[in-house]
Structures are given as structure tokens and as C-alpha cells.
Design a protein around this ligand. Structure first.
Ligand SMILES: C[S@@+](CC[C@H](N)C(=O)[O-])C[C@H]1O[C@@H](n2cnc3c(N)ncnc32)[C@H](O)[C@@H]1O
Length: 283
């Protein structure tokens, strides 16, 4: 079938990532450590939220910088609940109807969500874990021994995949970071087959008092302080709560998924409203 075997192994800094996929679906891609959009990776902003035109470059620099501590902080700051949320996301994907299919995990970061799918008993397909931050993918590759996950360095708003290449897609804590949410949603719809499921996991803010008050204290005070200490990055864990605050509520996100080309859109909150799970089916 002419598929290059990546098996989770990086072949070198600039190794070819995806050669020809099944049926010639995937174009040839290359890793690059060069910053996209010509932004130097060393410049660190202290303001948490950049203007939208700078957002992609800012987000990529930020994740490059926190990549070595990203997993540790995820599990620490969420008390390991992030693992449960990713399991719930994969539960919603409906991969069981096509266990040998090809799935996309966009904004895959250190590949936890992609690995969660690929490790499911009975799953015999492939998962492409794509992210535009090379360092995040690189830190995820240790998890890939003998697992059918193929990392791909790619922008979620301009995916280098053919129309209708995938049987399903996930995004975990990624869409909030996109410079243009609607473009990203439409681009995911483009690469999905009609009838394929799309699952989005994202933070939201609990509405129920007094839990809301306690949570906001933790999210706005404790988390940024611990995040700064452990990641040694000035603003990444201030960006997190601010970006959640500015992100659409679940109801609006559901509406935008519909506008982007998804039907049967639904959502549920997780852990008292700290996170939300969204799903839809490509029309
Ligand atoms: C909070 S991390 C989530 C990583 C992973 N999905 C998880 O569940 O832990 C967000 C990721 O989105 C990636 N990202 C943000 N904007 C992106 C874009 N336009 N294209 C591709 N990846 C993007 C970042 O590089 C980062 O790795």
C-alpha cells in the first residue's frame, strides 16, 4: 500500500513525515524547526493574549517553549482528570464502526489523545497526530513505540491532506488556540468523509456557584502561579485562563460547528463544567 512506516519514530529533525498514505491520500510533509510566519521563537510577550493577527506565531512560540513540561503540568494542574476527559472524547468518536479507518487528531500536541485512540483494544487503523509546533510532537514521540500514530507537523487551518481523507477527527484543547476558529472548523470538515464524526474537547467555565467561585480562584490564581513556576514561562499559564474566558460558550461553539458543515451537533459538560465535549457529523 506504499505507506511509509513511521511507527512513532522521528527519523531526524527534517525527516520526511508522511510519504504516500493509503491510496495516495497524504502529500509528502517535512518537519521543520524554523518558526512559521517569520516570527523569532525567542521573543517572549508578557501580555497574555496577543492580537489575533499575531496569535498563530505567539501560540506556536509559547508551546515550543513549554513543550518539555507540558505533560507534567497537564496532569498536575488537572489532578490527572485530563486523562479521563481524553478517554471520554475517544468514547464519542464512534471509531468502533470503522476500527481499521484513518483518523486525525488535530492540534495533537504531545499526542496523548491520538495515543488514547490508537491504543484502544480492537483498533486496527491509523491515527495522524498533527500539530504546528514541532517541539510538542517531538516530546510525544516517546509514547509511540509500536503504536499506529503518525505525527505530522501541520497547521490546523491549512491541513496538507486531501478532501475526505479521514474517517473521524478529534481536537483536544486545541480549537481555542486557533487564530480563526471558523477557518479551523471548516478545514477539519473538508478533510473528513461524509458521515465521519468530529469530537472537540475544550475548557469551559462552570456556571454553578459556589463551585464556580472556587474553580475561578484556582484557575485564575493558583494555576498561573504553579504553571509559571514549573514551566518557567512567564505568560503561558496566564494565557490559558484568559483564552478560555474569551472562547465561545458551548452553545455558540455548537452553532459554529453546524455552520462549518457538521450535523447532529451536540455537547455535554464534564467535571462540573470545567470542560466540554462537543461532537458533530460531517454533512
Ligand atoms: C493545549 S495544547 C493541546 C495538545 C493536545 N491535544 C492535548 O490534548 O494535550 C494545544 C496544541 O494546539 C496546537 N495548535 C494551536 N494552534 C494550532 C494550529 N493552527 N495548527 C496546529 N496546531 C495548533 C499547539 O501547538 C498545541 O500543541
Amino acid at each position: 500500500m506504499g505507506t511509509a512506516s513511521f511507527g512513532g519514530k522521528f527519523q531526524g529533525r527534517r525527516a520526511a513525515l508522511l510519504a504516500t498514505g493509503a491510496g495516495g491520500t497524504f502529500p509528502r510533509l517535512f518537519y521543520t524547526r524554523e518558526p512559521i510566519y517569520g516570527m523569532p521563537q525567542t521573543s517572549v510577550r508578557t501580555s497574555a493574549l496577543p492580537a489575533s493577527e499575531e496569535k498563530a506565531a505567539h501560540v506556536r512560540r509559547m508551546f515550543s517553549s513549554i513543550a518539555p513540561r507540558y505533560d507534567l503540568l497537564n496532569h498536575l494542574l488537572s489532578l490527572n482528570i485530563d486523562r479521563v476527559w481524553r478517554r471520554r472524547a475517544v468514547d464519542r468518536l464512534g471509531w468502533e464502526s470503522n476500527p481499521s479507518g484513518t483518523y486525525l487528531d488535530s492540534c495533537a500536541g504531545t499526542l496523548d489523545l491520538a495515543v488514547e485512540l490508537a491504543r484502544r483494544p480492537g483498533f486496527t487503523g491509523r491515527v495522524v497526530g498533527s500539530d504546528f509546533t514541532y517541539a510538542m510532537l517531538e516530546h510525544g514521540t516517546d509514547k509511540l513505540a509500536a503504536i499506529a500514530v503518525e505525527p505530522a507537523c501541520a497547521d490546523a487551518m491549512l491541513l496538507p491532506f486531501a478532501d475526505e481523507a479521514f474517517d473521524g477527527a478529534t481536537v483536544g484543547f486545541g480549537v481555542r488556540n486557533l487564530a480563526d476558529l471558523d477557518v479551523g472548523l471548516r478545514e477539519t470538515a473538508r478533510v473528513l468523509k461524509a458521515g465521519a464524526r468530529f469530537v472537540v474537547l475544550e475548557f469551559t467555565t462552570p456556571g454553578w456557584q459556589p463551585f464556580r467561585g472556587l474553580y475561578l480562584f484556582y484557575f485564575l490564581r493558583v494555576l498561573p502561579a504553579v504553571g509559571r513556576l514549573v514551566s518557567r514561562h512567564d505568560s503561558a499559564y496566564t494565557y490559558l485562563p484568559e483564552s478560555v474566558r474569551q472562547f465561545p460558550e458551548p452553545l455558540e461553539l455548537a452553532a459554529r460547528m453546524e455552520r462549518a458543515g457538521f450535523a447532529d451537533v451536540g455537547w455535554t459538560t464534564l467535571s462540573g463544567g470545567i470542560a466540554a465535549l462537543h461532537w458533530g457529523t460531517k454533512r
